[in-house]
Write a new protein. Structure first.
Length: 108
C-alpha cells in the first residue's frame, strides 16, 4: 500500500475506522461479500480511491467478532485475476488464524 497516493490512503483509513465502529453489520457500498472464498464470512472492504487505483482489502470476522485483515491490493486493470490470486492467499491466512485461535482456546 506504500505506493498509493495520500488520498487513497485517507480513504483506506476512513473505511477501516467505519469497519471498526460498525463491525459485522457494515454492508454495501463499503463492504461486499466474496463468493469465491471457502469461508462464507469472507468479505472485501471497498474504501474508494483517488485516480485509477481500485483498492480492495479482503477480511473476515472471526468467531470472536474481530475483523481479521488478510490481503489488500490494487485490482485496477486486473479485475478477475486479482481476486483469483488474493482469495487463495486470504483463505490460507484465515485458515491459519482459525487454527491459532482454536489452539489458544484449547490452552485456556
Amino acid at each position: 500500500m506504500h505506493t498509493l497516493d495520500d488520498g487513497s490512503l485517507e480513504h483506506i483509513k476512513a473505511a477501516l475506522e467505519v469497519l471498526s465502529e460498525i463491525g459485522p453489520g457494515l454492508g454495501r457500498p463499503l463492504v461486499d461479500t466474496v463468493s469465491q472464498s471457502r469461508h462464507r464470512n469472507m468479505k472485501e472492504l471497498r474504501p474508494g480511491s483517488v485516480g485509477r487505483s481500485e483498492v480492495r482489502i479482503l477480511f473476515a470476522f472471526d468467531p470472536e467478532r474481530k475483523a481479521i485483515l488478510l490481503v489488500g491490493g490494487d485490482k485496477s486493470r486486473q479485475w478477475n485475476r486479482w481476486y483469483k490470486q488474493a482469495i487463495v492467499v486470504a483463505d490460507a491466512l484465515y485458515d491459519a488464524h482459525l487454527l491459532k485461535l482454536e489452539a489458544s482456546n484449547d490452552d485456556s
